[in-house]
Design a binder for this molecule. Sequence first.
Ligand SMILES: Nc1nc2c(c(=O)[nH]1)N[C@H]1C(S)=C(S)[C@@H](COP(=O)(O)O)O[C@H]1N2
Ligand SMILES: [Mo]
Length: 340
Amino acid sequence: MKRTDTFNSGLSENDVTDESVFLNRRQILRQLGFIGAGSLLASTSTHASASLLDLLGRNNAPSEEGFRTEPLSFTAAERTPEQILTAEDKITGYNNFYEFGTDKGDPRRNAQALQVNPWTLTVGGEVRQPLTLDYDDLFRFQLEERIYRLRCVEAWSMVIPWVGFPLAALLKQADPTSDARYVAFETLHDPEQMPGQRNRFSGGGLNYPYVEGLRLDEALHPLTLLAVGLYGKTLPPQNGAPVRLLVPWKYGFKSIKSVVSIRLVKEQPPTSWNRIAPHEYGFYANVNPQVDHPRWSQASERRITRGGLGSDERIPTQLFNGYAEQVAHLYRNMDLTRAF
Ligand SMILES: Nc1nc2c(c(=O)[nH]1)N[C@H]1C(S)=C(S)[C@@H](COP(=O)(O)O)O[C@H]1N2
Ligand SMILES: [Mo]
């Protein structure tokens, strides 16, 4: 097993904040009891490598694990926006989680008391093997680190090092029947813990619980992740602890947080944002620079990097958020301007 510690060398004081945590991820995860020695990197799939390749440089030989880690030792000044991990403080302090309020700072402010352990996640519907998972079960899957772009429909974006496992691993355990064509997800509904659920003003007008859905082939795609951590630690409540979905080629609202229910279903399930504004938010919600939101352009995005005045850059938005090579085939015969 190749050691990653050497990549710390050459970092100035300024650089050794969030990134040092990230680079020491193996030690941190081991302390948390996530992994036996070395198992996290060893379990990284080729798909994780593909997204890392894309984000973190094209000119470096892969490490033994298939990671291309070397660009992480660059200082921020040497990197392009595509190569900068968004600062941990931004990822955990600039959030959309309307159950805790609609301002970007509300989730961090209001979510800290969310009880995430014990937790129950059920998998049911059109399956031969219904499942009930508790908190500890979430950490028994083979965890991988995945660096994904997150592109919010509001036209800002981040680059986030998640820890999680493919949703497909869970769905295969549940063994979907041949009637299963879609997957429906539901967030915890608990107005006592979630102030945004108490009335329609504090929760942005959404109906709760927050619900989302995917076609089964999208749900089984190897990029589709259930995340249980970021920056090498368990998820903060504001990012959707203890388990949230990530569908990196779709707008962020598809990536439903704090999931308690996953159901395999026959028909396309309702989704929260589509329900309140169907002409603005489609079921598919694939990132597409050519299909504008009725009220703003989707051609570019504000990439949030380290925060601070002038540090964000406006960059062109990519079709399928840069994951076209992996996912375009899912939509081969579809008109993406209609199925937006
Ligand atoms: N339950 C729930 N999930 C949610 C949301 C929400 O309000 N409630 N917001 C979505 C939106 S709009 C985005 S952009 C992402 C933000 O994830 P982050 O705060 O971890 O960056 O979460 C998504 N998942
Ligand atoms: Mo979003």
